[in-house]
Design a protein around this ligand. Structure first.
Ligand code: XMP
Length: 555
């Protein structure tokens, strides 16, 4: 992905409109950062530190721990020990990683970690690091063990393996093997190829040769849960209700009698952020909602109704479709569209914010995956840019402090918190919608007439997808107004109308996507309704390409 394109893709957040606009503005204006982020740590006493050796599964470990209602954070293996210690974990999990412990510069766990008498669970490379650092021996294996294996438990009394079946499938992925376990350890379970598939010591240090965090290890979560509850003594305090009450306390302390602004987009992250802050500081929060005229049908009305009427928030509504349309006149290049929309958003946002008097804080819906990505070893250099990308465009004179109450949450946790805060389900489960909105779903020039056609087609598509109960299963589903016109026949007349493309994809994270196998009769209904009900359209096609090589959006 080239640099220019990458700067416009924010894959982890569904609620990417605002951050994308502000990111573009940063690029245009240069770095003008607000004051340092005040981290809102959830302050949960019961926490686990996951030491990250760079495995592609490290995020998954953190998610599984959180699913067990125990708070955890990821720390790069070379994080200064003081920082890890000040987190006051009740135990450590060492992740997998691509290295070999016998290599000269192999990443290892901070030595202090072993001196603290806290429980440790090493997974794959994490286990090998334990073995290596505690006096055992790891060597490269002749061949890599990859895939499913059957684990047989030999020490049923171990708390780590309590209440598990005698044998079960586990997922292996390792190229090294343990030839000698360290003094004080014993083997607790084995597979055909790994006599030491699970090891443990009386000092509550354990190692797993397989990956309990992946779905291919069906009992993996139970093993992690045993470690958290039976070994570390956790009780499961990480719940949406606790998060909400702790966050409200922290936000109150931080904001005091200051004023906060938050840009609302209609997406889930900014909605949850604003609602949380509103519960903490009430009318000290003002939200700004910019209608750029590129939203879907009824979207601005729905968002306003929720925030103003139902949640009783102060919302400044900027009704700006004409401004955006003027800036898009004659523009066909997708990147120019994006840039113009970004610039215009910043102008409108600044203008509205400027009328509010002195403001102290800017609330932003950054999520944990963005934070991890910004602070992981490889991306440290880019960290500040990425972490701040969504505020960089604001004028330095505003000197706002950033509040990011969701910066430790995964997406599914944001949704749970949103539901617990009483936000409507359709807002919580809204599919991602790009910042430049319908402008990048109209190939060629964006005009009022084309927007109306696309909105009408999109409305039909959405209602049919929802009717078929497929909305939540699909990552995204939308209509595209292609620049193509084709000949058709309606009654006795020949028509020359627009071609609408229907796009529906499944995906985990937007990095890759597969076209959804929608039922034929559903496609038939969508097509019939669009050509019959949307004047100007006489043909509908279904996009059957995956990403890669295509992208999800058409522009
Ligand atoms: P692509 O089309 O690159 O999209 O496969 C990946 C995800 O990003 C969204 N997307 C955007 N989001 N501004 C945004 O805020 C953009 O310019 C933009 N372009 C694509 C897209 O909807 C999908 O979820």
């Amino acid at each position: 992905m080239d640099k220019k394109r990458k700067s416009h893709r924010v894959a982890t957040s569904d609620d990417i409109e605002v951050s994308t606009y502000l990111e573009i503005a940063r690029e245009l204006k240069g770095e003008q950062l607000t004051s340092e982020i005040e981290t809102i740590s959830p302050g949960v006493r019961e926490a686990i530190a996951v030491i990250d050796f760079g495995s592609q599964y490290s995020h998954l470990i953190a998610r599984r721990v959180r699913e067990c209602h125990v708070y955890c954070e990821l720390f790069p293996f070379d994080e200064p020990w003081e920082k890890i210690a000040s987190f006051e974990p009740k135990g450590f999990i060492l992740s997998g990683g691509p290295a070999g412990v016998y290599e000269s510069k192999a990443p290892l766990a901070p030595p202090q970690l072993y001196a603290g008498h806290l429980p440790i669970l090493g997974i794959c490379y994490g286990m090998q690091a334990i073995v290596h650092q505690m006096g055992g021996q790891v060597v490269p294996a002749d061949k890599r063990e990859y895939g499913q294996a059957i684990l047989n438990i030999s020490e049923k009394e171990s708390p780590l393996l309590a209440d598990l079946p005698d044998s079960m499938p586990v997922w292996m992925s390792h190229g090294d093997k343990i030839v000698e376990i360290p003094p004080g350890f014993k083997s607790l379970a084995y597979t055909e190829n790994s006599p030491n598939a699970v090891i443990g010591s009386d000092a509550n240090i354990f190692g797993l040769q397989f990956h309990p965090e992946v779905v291919h290890t069906p009992n993996g979560k139970a093993i992690i849960q045993n470690f958290l509850y039976r070994v570390c003594g956790c009780r499961g305090t990480w719940t949406p209700a606790n998060f909400i009450s702790e966050s409200i306390g922290i936000i109150k302390q931080q904001v005091k009698d200051g004023k906060v602004i938050c840009a609302l987009s209609g997406g889930v992250d900014s909605a949850v952020t604003a609602t949380l802050i509103h519960q903490a500081v009430g009318s000290q929060l003002t939200c700004i909602f910019v209608n750029n005229g590129l939203l879907r049908r009824e979207e601005p009305e729905r968002a306003l109704n929720t925030f103003r009427n139902n949640l009783k928030m102060n919302v400044v509504y900027a009704d700006a479709p004409s401004r955006f349309l003027r800036r898009l006149k004659g523009v066909t290049d997708p990147e120019v569209k994006r840039r113009r929309i970004g610039e215009e958003f910043i102008k409108v946002f600044e203008y509205k914010a400027g009328k509010l008097g002195k403001i102290d804080f800017l609330a932003q819906g950054t999520l944990y995956p963005d934070v991890i990505e910004s602070t992981s070893k490889e991306t440290k250099a880019a960290a500040r840019i990425k972490t701040h990308h969504n505020v960089g465009g604001l004028p330095a004179k505003m000197s706002l402090t950033l509040i990011e109450p969701l910066r430790y949450l995964f997406k599914d946790e944001v949704r749970e918190v949103g539901l617990a805060l009483g936000l409507p389900e359709d807002m919580i489960w809204r599919q991602p919608f790009p910042g430049p909105g319908l402008a990048i779903r109209i190939i060629g020039e964006v005009t009022r007439e084309r927007l109306e056609i696309l909105r009408a087609a999109d409305w039909i598509l959405m209602s049919e997808i929802k009717q078929a109960n497929l909305y939540r299963q699909l990552w995204q589903s939308f209509a595209v107004l292609t620049g193509v016109r084709s000949v058709g026949v309606m009654g006795d007349y020949r028509t020359y109308g627009y071609l609408v493309a229907v796009r529906a994809v499944t995906s985990q994270d937007a990095m890759t996507a597969d076209w959804a196998r929608l039922p034929y009769d559903l496609l038939a209904r969508i097509s019939n309704r669009i050509v019959n009900e949307v004047s100007g359209v006489n043909r509908v096609v279904y996009d059957i390409t995956s990403k890669p090589p295509s992208t999800i959006e058409w522009e």
